[in-house]
Ligand binder design. Sequence first.
Ligand code: NDP
Length: 470
Amino acid sequence: MSYDVDLFVIGGGSGGVRAARIAAGYGASVMIAEEFRMGGTCVIRGCVPKKLYVYASRFADDFADAAGFGWTIPEKPVLHWPTLVAAKEKEISRLSQIYANNLGKAGVQIVETRAEIIDAHTVQLKSDGRRISAGKILVATGGTPALEPKVPGVEHTITSNEIFDLAEFPKRLLVIGGGYIAVEFASVFARLGSQVALAFRGENILRGFDEDLREGLRVELTHAGIAIHAATLPIALEKRADGLAVTFSDGEQRVFDQVLVATGRIPHTRGLGLENAGVELDHVGAIKVDAFSRTNVDSIFAVGDVTNRVNLTPVAIREGHAFADTQFGGKENVVVHTDIPTAVFTTPEIGTVGMTEAESRRIFDVVDIYEASFRPMKATLSGRPEKTLMKIIVDGVTDQVLGVHILGHEAGEMAQLLGIVVRLKATKADFDATMAVHPTAAEELVTMRTRQARYEREPQIAGPGSAAEL
Ligand code: NDP
């Protein structure tokens, strides 16, 4: 049977674009539909603009540090928000265009519209109602911010979709949530000049990260002037002339210019017609896929956040690439979702790869911890009370490094390289044998000689009726 195209990709984000380009490179005829702007969340309203705003925010620390190094600068440097927004817009437009150009060069047809699945081999374009038949369909529609908790007045809040382009800079900002997005924006806006409050339901920020880093970052956020409200959430928001009046679960009331909700993202599966083809979703609405990104329908595949595996851009890109290799390149390619290095772009940053202390102690019999905490050199003359924290988790039996966790400047850059090291199963002895680069912060990683702690798992005592007793 012949189709209009070999592959129809729904969604022009990181995963979809990569899959389309690679499949076209293998000679497949490919069409990709994007209803907003080519590049997806990461390029348009995620990682890329976020990192630009992170850079903008860090000038605040540089201005503060400068006096310690002998500089005289204006007492209170001010940010011109519209200039930053416009500069960001110019850059992401440029990147979006590059994405479109690269697709064009690869021979991929772009349709700027929403597309919906009609059946296992047919997609309908919303713009003109055209129906396109496809040998294979790839769903790469990403996710959308969850507007939680659903308290009265939540409709007055904003999400990460809106915050980059606010017409007015928010002088008083409440951030709800304690995950990646919440702490990154809290850190950015505090430095850009907002009074920031951060409220979340847990006892501490960044659940799932190593405990020492969670605590270290919490302290750093307070140094940046962020008011932290743990185990506290808004119970109601009311729009008033002077701003958004928020009532918290502890009874406190405060007024903010904007309230940013960053309580997770949900897979973008609604309204795609997935039910027309019988594509199975999981309990959170994500598309169920196997290791080859295959859904339960032979001709339909899904990659990236819409599958809710590991919701990170580089993972989506790898999944898209692996899909194209396997389906159109004649080589089976499976993405390994372990030991993925990651960064949280607060100031200071978190960079991490591998297991946390808690995870390793659950799994391994003997776990050794090496830790260093020190004031970064740049902060010594300025007197800023900042601490860099580095932690190496080691299997005490084999000496293999199981995880490395860093809170400090350029921790994201370090995490990228440590990702290779952990993947190659380096031992602590390999770290120790590596020459230091001096003076750097990273040299601490190869000079931590003294073990901070060793945890040995209690031997399992066989209970009555256990195999050991029989
Ligand atoms: P996260 O899952 O990281 O954090 C969600 C936060 O919201 C948690 O603090 C969670 O609390 C809280 N929460 C969830 N549901 C509710 C609720 N109903 N009421 C109150 N609080 C709630 O999501 P983000 O939105 O921060 O980010 C989404 C994803 O985007 C991340 O998982 C990450 O993969 C990706 N991302 C990556 C970045 C990077 O690589 N630097 C940057 C930004 C995003 P609790 O912990 O108690 O569940």
